[in-house]
Design a protein around this ligand. Sequence first.
Ligand code: HEC
Length: 189
Amino acid sequence: MRRAFAGVVVVGLALAGCEQDETKPNYEYAPDMVSSVPYDSFSPNPNTPDGKTLLVPAKGTVPRGFQPLHLAAGPEEAERAGAQLKNPYPASPEVVARGRTAFQRYCSPCHGSEGLGDGTVTARFPVPPSLVAEHARGLPDGRIFHIITHGQGLMPAHGSQVAPEDRWKVVHYLRTLQDPARTARKDTP
Ligand code: HEC
């Protein structure tokens, strides 16, 4: 008798678990981790110290492949960059070719494809200085790296678009544009 009653209860519970309304979920028994409730990357999170799901990296850590730059924007920092930073890449043909690609992409609209300051935007925007002129030739590599990274005067910063590696390669390409033999050829029509 008792067994039969227990059986009725079990069957009853099982049937009760099956909702007829298909728009509503049925009851689940011990779902465990079938449907987890993870926090979305940018959602608030009551379990972390700052209430955010994405944690700030520990102080002093450097992401893999990231090259930290200890120099901020500004003329004094640009000066220091010129004195302290060295181009870590040797000027191989591949490096110069990559520098050319990045230069054509990011710099030529203003500075022109040969760096003469005659890019396509100059009809409507202030004409940038020629990068093959005496002044630009005299800028140390690190200073140019700093100008690309943080910008200078009217030139906007390019640190977020041009990877550090490409900035150094652009510097190499710029030196080839500044090569007197090349500019002499360009000056004579
Ligand atoms: C939006 C237009 C624009 C773009 C894009 C641009 N520049 Fe400039 N650049 C300028 C202007 C304007 C100046 C003059 C800045 C000033 O007021 O001192 C300048 C100045 C410079 C100078 C200093 C030249 C000197 O003789 O003092 C260098 C070097 C330079 N740019 C390199 C680059 C490189 C390399 C890129 C590409 C990564 C680039 N620029 C992209 C507009 C631009």
